[in-house]
Design a protein around this ligand. Structure first.
Ligand code: AHR
Length: 504
């Protein structure tokens, strides 16, 4: 660690409430892609597998991660998926090509099995429907199968298949990334907006309390970003509840400084989509506010995957695809992105870390072998465990540094949550060389003691956990955290994410 210490101050105001913490902000994503489902959560021959073939060692890690709402079954996969293939006796289920990821789908895991897995992990289902190759009829049939109590052909089929109680899925995604030319059945904003509106209308005719997510742009770099949201919402505004946002970040050209400030782009993304949604709402004289579902966010070394031919290497079941191995720097960026989601929780009501196991994931597995935590596991699990009550946006006074991509970026970022008997302060030091001593005025929290102080930092910012070295990177105690006279003082190592839990 460098011996020069720079300083920053933070003031926490108990009344600066952003929003109550909604557990859906800690959601994740399981797609039929690569080894996320097969040889990931599901491996019938594994020593820990239960009667459904789900690995219980993975279940334990998912519980420790603290992911809540889980988006399923895709992603790009859903746009060619026939849901009927994946229910009923397993031996009768068709085997099909998945055009999105060039692999073979055996349909051995479907809605009913996955719902049982969700019960093991204590998670809520967020179900995506196919608006690429299919449409309204298949969607309302799926809704009948999934949610109707019984007495219809489809709900009775669910009961016959072993699921007596309806799945009662509340959140539904109306397709996936329908603006992307890579998406099976991609569309223009006009076409998609009309289809989404009609599909939503039909779904709400069955159940007016469903929560529906319409597709926003697949990324802020899309040429139609902004216009897409406007057009889609002009068609669907009164029928839907959320608009989706998707963002992936990676270090490019060795520019660690810009990479560490990635959350500035996420903030720009959120502000733009919220402003666009409000513009449409105001134009329509609507009293309703559209919420944001940030249902894909993560670090993804997409450039490298695009340059490789891994997606086109033949039609196989569960090929190794998108298996990024994450560094300390990646975990710090991920922790900062989660801080940004919480800072904007008044608008971003739900979010899904994409994805959960093996595919750009915090949890990795080896067939017949171990399951372990990637670096990115740690900030997510600690924040999910400690964040509770209400989110507060603190006032941060820190120096800045120049980035090539985002202009001047503050060296420190932070968010605070406060509950009845506890509070938590989450912090990031984006600086690459210097520790930063941060004085945090927490008098308004009436904090009495520090109960936990941890940091994710390593002298090697590119250190990773791998199959051969599964515990190379982990949480460390944040040394020298002091609470005295209502002031919390911490020293954040360079390139670090930290959390301090307080009793009150
Ligand atoms: O999460 C991986 C892929 O990223 C998803 O399938 C797709 O929606 C996005 O492009």
């Amino acid at each position: 660690m460098n011996s020069t210490v720079t300083k920053a101050t933070i003031v926490v105001d108990r009344s600066a409430v952003v929003a109550p913490v909604n557990r859906r902000i800690f959601g994740s994503f399981v797609e039929h892609l690569g080894r996320c489902v097969y040889d990931g959560i599901h491996e019938p021959t594994h020593a820990t597998a239960n009667e459904d073939g789900f690995r219980l060692d993975v279940v334990e890690l998912v519980k420790e991660l603290g992911s809540t709402t889980i988006r399923y079954p895709g992603g790009n996969f859903v746009s060619g998926f026939r849901w009927e293939d994946s229910v009923g006796p397993r031996e009768n289920r068709p085997v099909r090509r998945d055009l999105a990821w060039h692999s073979i789908e055996t349909n051995q895991v479907g809605l009913d099995e996955f719902s049982r897995w969700l019960k093991l992990t204590g998670s809520e289902l967020m179900l995506a429907v196919n608006l690429g190759t299919r449409g309204i009829e298949a969607v309302v049939d799926l809704l009948d199968y999934a949610n109707h109590p019984g007495g219809t052909t489809l709900s009775d089929a669910r009961i016959k298949n072993g699921t007596e109680e309806p799945h009662n899925v509340r959140m539904w995604c109306l397709g996936n990334e329908m603006d992307g030319p890579w998406q099976t059945g991609y569309m223009s904003a006009d076409d998609y907006g009309k289809l989404a509106a009609r599909t939503a209308q039909a779904m709400k005719a069955a159940d007016k309390d469903l929560e529906l997510v319409v597709c926003g742009s697949s990324g802020s770099a899309m040429p139609t970003f902004g216009d897409w949201e406007r057009t889609v919402l002009e068609h669907s505004y009164e029928h839907v509840d959320y608009i989706s946002c998707h963002a992936y970040y990676q270090e490019r050209d060795g520019d660690l400084g810009s990479y560490l400030a990635s959350s500035l782009d996420m903030k720009y993304f959120i502000d733009t989509v919220a402003a666009t949604a409000d513009h449409v709402g105001n134009k329509l004289r609507s009293s309703k506010k559209i919420k944001l579902s940030f249902d894909e966010w993560n670090i993804w070394y997409l450039d490298e995957h695009r340059a490789s031919d891994e997606v086109n290497d033949g039609w196989r079941v569960a090929p190794r695809q998108l298996e990024d191995v994450y560094s300390v720097a990646d975990a710090v960026v991920l922790g900062n992105l989660l801080i940004t989601l919480l800072q904007n929780h008044d608008r971003v009501a739900s979010a899904s870390l994409a994805q959960l196991v093996n595919v750009i994931a915090p949890i990795m597995t080896e067939p017949g072998g171990a399951a372990w935590r990637q670096t990115t596991f740690f900030p997510f699990s600690v924040m999910s465990r400690l964040a509770g009550g209400e989110v507060l946006r603190p006032r941060i006074d820190a120096g800045t540094y120049r980035t090539a991509v985002h202009g001047d970026a503050p060296l420190v970022d932070s968010v605070v949550t406060v509950d009845d008997g506890a509070a938590a302060v989450f912090l990031v030091n984006r600086g690459r060389t210097e520790p930063i001593e941060v004085s945090i005025d927490v008098r308004s929290l009436a904090a009495t003691a520090i109960t936990e102080a941890v940091t994710l930092h390593d002298d090697d910012v590119y250190a990773k956990n791998t199959l051969d070295d599964q515990e190379r990177v982990g949480l460390k105690t944040l040394e020298e955290a002091v609470l005295a006279g209502g002031m919390l003082t911490v020293t954040l190592p360079p390139v670090s994410w930290s959390a301090v839990a307080l009793a009150r």
